[in-house]
Design a protein around this ligand. Structure first.
Ligand code: DGL
Length: 261
């Protein structure tokens, strides 16, 4: 079973991408709806949550952990690698590689939560791959609640996206990394406001491709993952809103199970 966790609803964009890349694989999702958002919390708190979430998924049969959450991937990987013994996939590295690959002029923008942007991890990893790359980052904390409210195409959303992207547009970025699980749900408006010349890197798609490539190269691990098309969703707080957005994101009804913490 592939175990995936996120701070809440946004990680379903990663599930959607994984279902496309790895059809039929059994998946177990945990959305930490009771403790979301992570992006405003400290690295220590996010790391403690990430370890607890991973242990929960492993207890329920996960053989690999996919950290869908950009915030957890940015600040919690050291704790996870110390405390969790199954293979762990994070979202930052594949998005960074994809951005370097497609960037035409080496001017890369990154948008994410405050914790992700303040961690500086995208900048460090981008520069490690290509030292002369220019990285311009912007925390966009207002975009997460807009997605959680299902405001995908309201005019107010377009205005806020425009304002968020302005500091990056003036730097004439050629590539923009969507470094948050929620942002793919705003991809149409982000693309429109970023402009046609800007390549959009959807970190959920990059992560799904990385997991797919890894499993192809590791048949032993691949063989340990079930393929009965089972999909179970646990949440730490069950809400009608989660159910609605989950249905819109995955185009199917999703039965929610209480995680019990
Ligand atoms: N899931 C988080 C991420 O990808 C966004 C929401 C939050 O702040 O918890 O960074």
């Amino acid at each position: 079973m592939i175990g995936i966790f996120d701070s809440g609803i946004g990680g379903l964009t990663v599930v959607r991408a994984l279902m496309k890349a790895l059809p039929g694989y059994d998946m177990l999702y945990f959305g930490d709806t009771a403790r979301t958002p992570y992006g405003t919390k400290s690295a220590d708190t996010i790391s403690a949550y990430a370890v607890q979430n991973s242990k929960f998924l492993i207890q329920r049969g996960a053989r690999v952990i996919v950290v869908a959450c950009n915030t957890a991937s940015s600040v919690a990987m050291a704790s996870l690698r110390r405390r969790i013994s199954v293979p762990i996939f994070e979202v930052v590295t594949p998005a960074v590689s994809a951005a370097i690959e497609v960037s035409s002029g080496g001017r890369i923008g990154v948008i994410g939560t405050r914790a992700t942007i303040n961690s500086g991890i995208y900048e460090r990893k981008l520069k490690a791959l290509q030292p002369d790359v220019r990285v311009y980052s912007a925390a966009c904390p207002l975009l997460v609640p807009l997605v959680e409210e299902g405001w995908f195409s309201q005019p107010e959303t377009a205005r806020i996206v425009k304002k968020c992207l302005l500091p990056l547009k003036v730097r004439q970025i050629d590539t923009l990394i969507l470094a948050c699980t929620h942002y793919p749900l705003l991809k149409a408006v982000i693309r429109r406001k970023a402009g046609r010349r800007v390549q959009i890197i959807d970190s959920s798609l990059c992560l799904a491709s990385a997991v797919h490539a890894h499993l192809q190269a590791d048949p032993l691990l691949d063989g340990r993952l079930g393929r009965c098309g089972r999909f179970t969703v646990y949440v730490s707080d069950i809400t009608a809103q989660f159910r609605n957005i989950a249905r819109q994101t995955l185009h199917r009804r999703v039965a929610l199970q209480p995680a019990g913490f």
